[in-house]
Write a protein that binds this ligand. Structure first.
Ligand code: BDR
Ligand code: CA
Length: 312
């Protein structure tokens, strides 16, 4: 089994990603480490506890970072609690069936503890802003010897979604992303250029929602929330970025990656949060990131169907 920690900001597609990992027989979901992002920390951490309880209480939930390290992209959001709808979860209060509780330990210490317990094996799915991971690297620099790989949802080899250049997770805490890219830990970056290959139509999303199972209530609420956003003429990409990223570690053949030298822009006011992928090899540097360039949408849909069968 793959020992896995999901660092997350649930968040609707985070919730699907977490439920997907939980449904996979060859994943051992050790912990959720919440961070502020899709909603304020109060909600993302409460949603993480609720998800852990919904899944049976077998995975730990640590305390995470409430704001970014230096530049804080969320500071510019007026309604940050509503990015993913009420409670950061399309208005849904997920039932904490097993009475899961948040530990009185910080994410950076829990991640380090689990890395020591699973040396060379631990995989981290980082599907929110990278603040918790960066603090872990700063506080416990030797962790780089123990983590097998970080799969991060973030960045883009092409265009962004909060600015022409920047993707949301990286933009919320660009300095944290910079620390992760320089860490020496193998990183797979599943950015927008890749996740856009698995964009759904409303009909495709509704097909998932229509199948009765233990998580239909959540999928239906997400569907309703997205429809309302679209009805108001606001922008919403029907892409489950985070679930795709967890899918990539479950089934590496679902994505095609290429090794590139990647840095994160932390200075420029115009392009702060851009992940600069040196596709042309101009800088002559050794690649530090495996960049996802393609996602097999059919394979991803198949994976979601299997998840639904698990919760039926
Ligand atoms: C990322 O930002 C969040 O809204 C999603 O949960 C995903 O992690 C996509 O840019
Ligand atoms: Ca997320």
């Amino acid at each position: 089994k793959i020992p896995l920690i999901i660092d997350c900001d649930p968040g609707t597609d985070d919730a699907v990603a977490i439920l997907l990992a939980n449904s996979c027989p060859h994943i051992d979901l050790l912990a959720l480490t919440p961070v502020a992002g899709n909603s304020s920390y109060t909600y993302t951490s409460d949603n993480a506890v609720r998800l852990a309880g919904f899944m049976g209480g077998g995975c730990r939930v640590a305390k995470g970072a409430e704001r970014a390290l230096i530049f804080d992209g969320l500071a510019g959001y007026q309604n940050k609690d509503d990015i993913h709808g009420g409670h950061g979860m399309a208005g849904v209060l997920i039932e904490n069936r097993a009475g899961a509780k948040q530990e009185d330990k910080f994410a950076w210490d829990v991640i380090y503890e689990e890395a020591l317990a699973h040396p060379g094996e631990l995989v981290i799915a980082a599907i929110g802003p990278l603040t918790n991971i960066a603090i872990t690297l700063l506080k416990h620099p030797d962790i780089r010897h123990y983590v097998k790989r970080i799969y991060m949802m973030g960045g883009s080899a092409t265009t962004g979604n909060v600015s022409p250049y920047a993707e949301f997770n990286v933009w919320v805490d660009p300095h944290a992303c910079d620390i992760v890219f320089k860490s020496g830990i193998p990183v797979t970056m599943v950015g927008l250029n890749a996740t856009r290959h698995a964009e759904f139509t409303l009909e495709e999303f509704e097909q998932l929602t229509d199948t009765p199972c233990a998580i239909t209530f959540l999928l239906a609420a997400i569907n309703k929330f997205i429809k309302e956003i679209l009805r108001q003429g606001r922008r919403w990409d029907l892409i489950m970025h985070d679930a795709i990223t967890v899918g990539a570690l479950i089934d590496p053949d679902m994505v095609k990656t290429a090794p590139y030298y990647v840095t994160c822009e932390t200075e420029s006011s115009q392009s702060i949060g851009q992940t600069v992928v040196d596709r042309g090899g101009h800088l002559g540097r050794t690649p530090n990131v495996d960049v996802a360039m393609y996602v097999d949408k059919a394979r991803f849909k198949d994976m979601l169907q299997k998840m639904i069968a698990f919760y039926r």
